[in-house]
Design a protein. Structure first.
Length: 280
């Protein structure tokens, strides 16, 4: 049921139900291409692997799912554990074909944890709180795939979980039948030592035969391609984020060796888009 405090907004051709204070409409007003990079990555993956599933971890209100469904016909698993967002996710994706919703939180360990939600303008940050928190079911990526085996062949996994992305991506490494492309929010300001977690993720991906990464700023402007073995460049970009007044986070797509062709063709396409935008 729609609340009096809900709004309906057109997002890249999709009519989405949002809470009135969700920041997405404001972002798009100032940055019309915001979040469209993940749909271009999905389209490129689907062209190489037609009908291979996609997984959206931290699906929120279903904006990424809606963007994907407009571009590709692949099955989509939308993972969202927060009941607050599940209502909007179901409302916005219920009529879309081939979308499965998994109501679960993902983490590095399987546990039931007392957590308190801190929500602000479309995001939820969950913090441990034994006194004021409520019990939250946390399951590992392996358990997610065991529960939804049809998505074992996913070729693209996107994560946007406000601080848990590094651990979730590491948890998926080696768990699927094929190495997927990862698209994740790279923000070292979360957690006790996000810089160290970022480096752990880089090493984990390198050990799993990932090679190229593509980087966008937090409003979707393409920056560069980085060889994952270039530790110095990765670390410099990681340290750039916490500097006040600079980039709030990076969007990073990581490609396994077998998808080097995808990475390099996407790089050229993104550079061409950047040049066209500058000229216009």
């Amino acid at each position: 049921m729609r609340s009096k405090r809900d709004i309906r907004v057109d997002i890249h051709g999709a009519s989405l139900l949002l809470p009135f204070d969700h920041a997405l409409p404001r972002y798009l007003e100032h940055f019309p291409e915001y979040s469209t990079n993940v749909s271009r990555v999905a389209r490129a993956v689907a062209l190489k692997y037609p009908d291979s599933p996609l997984i959206d971890v931290g699906a929120n209100v279903g904006d990424t799912v809606s963007l994907w469904r407009a571009q590709v016909r692949s099955p989509i698993l939308a993972v969202e554990g927060d009941p607050h967002w599940l209502r909007y996710l179901r409302a916005n994706t219920g009529a879309l074909p081939g979308v499965t919703i998994a109501s679960v939180f993902l983490g590095e360990r399987s546990e039931n944890r007392a957590m308190r939600a801190e929500r602000c303008q479309g995001t939820s940050v969950f913090v441990a709180d034994d006194e004021a928190g409520t019990s939250v079911e946390v399951r590992t990526p392996r358990q997610l795939i065991e529960r939804y085996p049809a998505f074992d062949d996913a070729r693209l996994i996107k994560t946007d979980t406000d601080g848990y992305d590094y651990g979730i991506v590491k948890g998926f490494v080696g768990e699927l039948s094929h190495a997927p492309v990862f698209f994740f929010e790279h923000d070292p300001t979360f957690g006790d030592d996000g810089v160290a977690e970022s480096e752990e993720l880089r090493l984990s991906l390198a050990s799993a035969q990932y090679r190229w990464t593509l980087w966008w700023d937090n409003v979707g402007r393409f920056l560069l391609a980085c060889d994952i073995h270039n530790a110095m460049l990765w670390q410099d970009l990681t340290h750039y984020v916490p500097v006040p007044g600079h980039i709030h986070y990076w969007d990073v797509a990581a490609f396994p060796d077998g998808d080097t062709d995808l990475a390099l063709s996407l790089r050229m396409a993104e550079l061409s888009r950047s040049t066209s935008s500058e000229h216009s």
